[in-house]
Design a protein around this ligand. Structure first.
Ligand code: FAD
Length: 385
């Protein structure tokens, strides 16, 4: 079926990204895998290409687009090539909306130009060692100084994507203790300079997949954060997270769909080349049926993702819509990619085959951005349950 979700501008952008990936990422991707992260200067290249500025208004050096679909194109093209842009997806898909919606004019002028150029890479730190799904349970504190000039930040975060290379991290911290009536009140966003005294990057975490994204533990010991670096109003962070998590979840849904589509393509090519018992793997009826099932599942995922992308660009994607799209695509992608790996036999288990990377990378889509169980809770709540 013809896909109607992307216009000519999106498709022209796709060509640019595809060529960029072929020239700048595929030849060096093994080195990034070994290093466990994309090199810092690669992010400058993405900045020069304009990738970080697509949705940033022109007055701050961006292209002023309002469509999240450009982001979806990048995700699709990375999956198609079996690569990623390191941890930089977080910079644009997760962090940017917070800057665009809640930064003051002074903050936008200060932060957005280096955000666009890649000179200031960002990450977002919500999760703590003791709490992930239950964000209201976070323990990191930010206490306003007696003279009201700065917050004093103490605590720890974990699993922070882009946390090793980030220059500024949006940290969620308690500026007031939870009240019995509303556990979610009292959380504030601070845009913390990672060179501040007392700010420390702990271990770069060794993950099952997503080998080129730097995922880190962070700790804060009496870090002084100027009040000028608070994002939005004090105590309102939970509602800000609620407004922005749907885009994060849509982005994850796009990535799960794109990874499943790529897996079907890799498997379809592989089974035609590989011979067993004197004939191609593709010639077995089982292979044809498995791949036909997988393609049908991918078509269904694409329909869900495209509808959600249109709804999001129209400002109509609800938290339950996003949760449902994430739940469906990530759960089905896991099944599809597993079947496609099986068709590769032992080679599918080898790192040098992109299907093995897809298998490992897709696993986390059912966990981060909110687990499948949390997605089910959100959907059930929207049903009045
Ligand atoms: C690779 C990676 C990158 C990440 N990047 C970031 C990042 O950049 N920034 C950031 O802040 N966080 C990040 N995270 C954290 C991620 O969002 C959390 O891991 C996730 O939200 C789950 O939290 P948890 O790990 O504490 O699991 P837990 O909350 O401890 O969950 C454990 C289990 O309990 C289940 N569970 C929890 N609550 C319920 C419930 N109400 N009903 C039923 N079951 C429930 C969960 O579904 C899960 O199966 C990342 C995680 C990973 C793995």
């Amino acid at each position: 079926m013809r896909r109607t979700v992307f216009n000519e501008d999106h498709e022209a952008f796709r060509e640019t990204i595809r060529a960029f990936i072929a020239a700048e990422v595929v030849p060096v991707y093994d080195e990034w895998m070994q290093a466990g992260q994309a090199p810092r200067d690669f992010y400058k290249k993405l900045g020069e290409l304009g990738v970080f500025g697509i949705e940033v208004p022109e007055e701050y050096g961006g292209a002023g687009e309002t469509s999240f679909k450009f982001n979806a194109v990048i995700t699709e093209e990375c999956a198609r090539a079996g690569v990623s842009f390191g941890g930089s997806g977080v910079h644009t898909a997760l962090c940017l909306p917070y800057f665009l919606k809640y930064a003051t004019e002074e903050q936008k002028q200060r932060w957005l130009p280096p955000f666009v150029s890649g000179d200031m890479m960002t990450a977002i730190a919500m999760t703590e060692p003791g709490t992930g799904s239950d964000l209201a349970g976070m323990k990191t504190t930010a206490k306003l100084s007696a003279d009201g000039t700065h917050y004093v930040l103490n605590g720890a975060k974990t699993f922070i994507t882009g946390g090793v290379l980030a220059d500024r991290v949006i940290v969620c911290a308690r500026t007031a203790p939870p009240s019995p009536e509303d556990r979610r009140a009292g959380i504030t966003l601070l845009v913390v300079d990672t060179t501040s005294p007392g700010y420390a990057v702990g271990r770069k975490l060794d993950k099952l997949g997503l080998k080129t994204s730097d995922t880190a533990e962070l700790s804060f010991t009496d870090v002084e954060v100027p009040v000028e670096d608070r994002l939005g109003e004090e105590g309102k962070a939970f509602s800000y997270l609620g407004q922005n998590l749907p885009q994060e979840r849509l982005g994850i849904a796009v990535s799960a769909y794109a990874q499943a589509a790529a897996a079907v393509r890799f498997a379809t090519e592989y089974v035609q080349e590989r011979e067993v018992f004197g004939k191609s793997v593709a010639s077995f009826q089982n292979t044809k049926f498995v791949l036909a099932d997988c393609k049908t599942e991918v078509d269904a995922m694409q329909a869900v993702v495209d509808r959600a992308l249109d709804a999001h660009d129209a400002g109509e994607l609800t938290p339950a819509d996003a949760a449902s799209a994430k739940l469906f695509t990530t759960e089905r992608a896991a099944v599809v990619i597993d079947k496609c790996l099986q068709l590769h036999g032992g080679y599918g288990y080898m790192q040098e085959y992109p299907i093995s990377r897809l298998y490992a990378d897709t696993r986390v889509t059912r966990i981060y951005g909110g687990t499948s169980e949390v997605m089910r809770s959100i959907v059930a709540k929207s049903m009045g349950l």
